[in-house]
Write a protein of this length. Structure first.
Length: 382
């Protein structure tokens, strides 16, 4: 899989590309339904016959679609109304957070995932999912960083703490020798790219296991000893660490749900702060009050509760007549209007009848008119 970011007429887009036969194997749907379904839900797609690849353009507010499993999940909901429930089992895994990280990157959310069967494609997908999450939700690592480690290589309890740069000595991934933190920031490609985030501090954040093995310099690079996942890896420890507690939990949920779709079993980790304990991940559905009348008023059509329930199920939600239950991997749903947008997607934008308002107001000159031009043409104006 290849994933890149690009600007399309002023809009930032994420472009993902998969092997079509592998993607089809997750769905058992004909090609026409795959392409049309992705396009209808907001991920315009095409299959390149010469390369055998399917390419989709995504807006960055849907990080749950950055992987093959995530897009397949969306199509299973859309066509088959199959909405998988994700469970995080209890465990005795502990991460102890030292108070010294408070002024640097104070929060972490962690999980353990077992019973995985990695192949080259799945490893490639997870790496690229990380990269896309970091580029979008993570704001190029400023907001959070992500680490995935083979579980067998580390010993719990794990500590998230800080150390002096000269004390942080380990063999980083993709580096020929051991180095201290200052050399890593100065010479290692990831250090040169992201070192500015921590170089101003006297102590740098690190993950260390109970045998004092350095797992990673946060948010720069994992250890080659404890942080390299390969096709023999069956169990992983996942940490998302940064400055935004909401963002790190959203990213963790996207990752562990993707790993669960690869066959993994998710386990909670107790994150012990000085002022309390938080168990992550939290995979509960988020309840949002929802009034069908508001949706009908905004969309200008009569739909009814039963149709709304069906439409929401096709977009991965559950609806009990009073509340909408938002799945844990949906980082983009912030309020009722986002839910109404998904109803409009299933209803079909082409099924809305455009009407001219009975009033008008003058406005200024629109400088970037091409997107508006395309919208008006699509509505039948000339």
């Amino acid at each position: 899989m290849r994933a890149v970011s690009q600007n399309v007429r002023g809009f930032f887009m994420v472009v993902v590309e998969f092997d079509y036969e592998e993607f089809k194997g997750l769905l058992n749907l004909p090609k026409e339904k795959v392409v049309n379904g992705l396009t209808e839900i907001g991920a315009p797609a095409e299959v390149e016959e010469e390369t055998g690849k399917i390419c989709a353009e995504l807006t960055p507010n849907r990080p749950d679609w950055y992987s093959m499993e995530g897009l397949a999940r969306a199509l299973r909901s859309y066509y088959k109304k199959e909405n998988k429930k994700y469970l995080a089992r209890e465990s005795d895994y502990i991460v102890k957070v030292d108070g010294s990280v408070k002024g640097i990157r104070p929060y972490t959310a962690c999980a353990v995932v077992k019973n995985l069967k990695f192949d080259d494609r799945r490893i490639r997908d997870i790496v690229l999912l990380q990269e896309k999450l970091l580029a979008t939700l993570g704001r190029r690592v400023k907001r959070f960083g992500i680490g995935i480690y083979p579980l067998h290589a580390i010993t719990f309890p794990v500590r998230y703490t800080t150390m002096k740069p000269e004390e942080i000595v380990y063999l980083p991934l993709n580096y020929p020798k051991e180095a201290d933190a200052r050399e890593i920031l100065r010479v290692h490609p990831k250090g040169k790219e992201y070192g500015y985030i921590i170089e101003k501090y006297e102590r740098y954040p690190v993950f260390v296991d109970s045998k004092n093995k350095i797992m990673a310099l946060i948010p720069i690079v994992n250890s080659a000893e404890t942080g390299k996942v390969d096709t023999k890896t069956r169990e992983v420890f996942v940490e998302v660490t940064g400055i935004d507690k909401i963002g790190i939990n959203q990213a963790l949920n996207v990752i562990v749900c993707t790993l669960a779709d690869m066959g993994g079993e998710i386990y909670k980790v107790a994150v012990e702060y000085e002022d309390g304990v938080e168990k992550t991940p939290c995979l509960d559905y988020v309840k949002m009050k929802f009034d069908v009348r508001n949706a009908e008023k905004i969309l200008g059509v009569k739909i009814g509760k039963e149709k709304v329930k069906e439409f929401l199920k096709r977009m991965g939600y559950e609806y009990n007549g009073r509340e909408v239950l938002v799945p844990p991997y949906r980082a983009d749903v912030m309020g009722e209007i986002d839910i109404i947008e998904d109803i409009a997607i299933v209803y079909g934008y082409n099924n809305f009848e455009p009407t001219l308002p009975n009033f008008f107001t003058p406005g200024g000159v629109i400088r970037k008119y091409e997107p508006l031009h395309d919208i008006m043409r699509g509505m039948g104006f000339s």
